[in-house]
Design a protein around this ligand. Structure first.
Ligand code: PEP
Length: 438
């Protein structure tokens, strides 16, 4: 039997969070409908198995020791309208391409976690939105309400959580098939990278790296390693994650593991609390304190040293490698001042966390079209500063947490193709589109 992770919260149960203030929860207008949907979710099979979450913990433990690198990437938010096999495939393809580049250049294995198969609900800066004097609930993501600015569409509907569950189940099904069924074959991913390099001027700087991978494959074959027979070259481990925002949904999918007796949130392998819901005395931190999945916490530029250490103590009382990922999202202009004190304090407190850099959420701004975006230079600057700060304190920069999609969208401006803001609200040229992103 696997040894249980020593969490400190012994009287914890899945509904314990209900005793704490819960930020960012929708006001469900029909309590009976909510109860019905949550009951239905409780009867549904778990989406992931506790043993898989433990494998991710082991993989993250290696990252925390400097023997691995974390690539945590995917959608800002998944949607019902854009749900398709092609969409899932294209997102996975980009993540796999990035992971090969990272593995080759860091020389350590890349742990791959998608913001996928459950990343629907989003925190909002205001619970309501006003347009031309009309005030309606904000759009909180497809598992809560609809994007259309209309009183019926914006009404929170708990049945949407069930639709989200089924979409997550189908997404996971395809991900498992792709990652274990030949799609993730290293040779194939390498070919995609070669096509990418041939397609864009900016991509040519990866040419040398691709040549290196080519030579490494030839070298292994020349040494007599049968590349066809090596399972590791044809299959990958890929994990799912989302922000654990909608606590009724998370509670309903939390199950006791039959092997260890521990509670796992079986909606995804890793769950995280966002910058707006990480209050120490809040419901989200209480919820994550009791599940045995690896968990993440977003830390913005106003995080104090005391808060960071208290969050570690609360979520990782056993100082367990692989339990906690601290995702910093400071903003390019703040990271150099805000990050080092947190790195230093957590190191001193002895928590073996994975430090990951989210260079997206601290650099977001709204351009005139009303869409939110960020500038590529700011994104790159934050990543560089993150690495510098970690190196200066002899801390392993464990990974990156990025929003990406397989579609052509202006999630970022600038960059290799010098993307510009879209003012009319539509497409600027054939290769660019707008991400639904907030
Ligand atoms: C997110 O990652 O989707 C998000 C909203 O991030 P943050 O909590 O860091 O703002």
């Amino acid at each position: 039997m696997t040894a249980p992770i020593p969490l400190g919260n012994f009287d914890w149960e899945p509904p314990s969070w209900r005793r704490y203030p819960a930020a960012q929860q929708p006001e469900w207008p029909d309590p009976a409908a909510l109860e019905h949907a949550v009951d239905e979710l409780r009867r549904m099979p778990p989406l992931v198995f506790a043993g898989e979450a433990r494998s991710l913990s082991s993989s993250l433990a290696r990252v925390s020791e400097g023997k691995g690198f974390l690539l945590h990437a995917g959608d800002c938010a998944e949607s019902f309208a854009e749900f398709s096999a092609d969409n899932i495939r294209d997102k996975l393809k980009v993540i796999l391409q990035m992971s090969v580049v990272l593995t080759y250049s860091t020389g350590v294995p890349t742990t791959k976690i998608g913001r996928i198969a459950g990343q629907f609900a989003k925190p909002r800066s205001s619970p309501t939105e006003k347009r031309d004097g009309v005030e309606l609930p904000s759009f909180f993501g497809d598992t809560i309400n609809d994007f259309a600015f209309d009183p019926v569409a914006r009404r929170p509907d708990p049945e949407r959580m069930l639709r989200g569950y089924h979409q997550a189940a189908s997404t996971l099904n395809l991900l498992r098939a792709f990652t274990k069924g030949g799609f993730a074959d290293l040779n194939r991913v390498h070919q995609w990278n070669l096509e990418f390099i041939a397609s864009a001027r900016e991509a040519r700087r990866y040419e040398e790296l691709a040549d290196g991978i080519e030579r490494a494959l030839r070298f292994m074959a020349a040494c007599g390693i049968d590349l066809e027979a090596e399972v590791q070259l044809h299959e990958v481990d890929f994990y799912t994650s989302h922000e654990a925002l909608l606590l009724g949904y998370e509670e309903a999918l939390t199950r006791r593991d039959s092997l260890t007796g521990d509670w796992y949130d079986c909606s995804a392998h890793l769950l995280w609390v966002g910058e707006r819901t990480r209050q120490l005395d809040g419901a989200h931190v209480e919820f994550l304190s009791g599940v045995h999945n690896p968990v993440g916490v977003k830390l913005g530029p106003n995080t104090t040293v005391e808060e960071a250490v208290a969050l570690c103590r609360r979520l990782d009382p056993g100082r367990e490698p692989g339990r906690l990922v601290l995702v910093t999202r400071m903003g390019a202009d703040k990271v150099a001042d805000a990050l080092p004190p947190l790195l230093r304090a957590v190191k001193r407190a002895g928590h073996p966390v994975v430090w990951a850099c989210d260079p997206m959420h601290g650099n977001t701004f709204a351009h005139e079209s009303g869409y939110k975006t960020r500038h590529f230079d700011a994104v790159m600057h934050e990543v560089e500063q993150f690495f510098d700060a970690c190196h200066a304190l002899d801390i392993w920069p464990g990974g990156v947490h990025v929003e990406l999609t397989g579609d052509d969208v202006t999630e970022c401006l600038g960059g290799g193709d010098d993307l510009v803001p879209v003012l009319s609200g539509d497409v600027v040229d054939a290769s660019l589109g707008l991400g639904r992103h907030w």
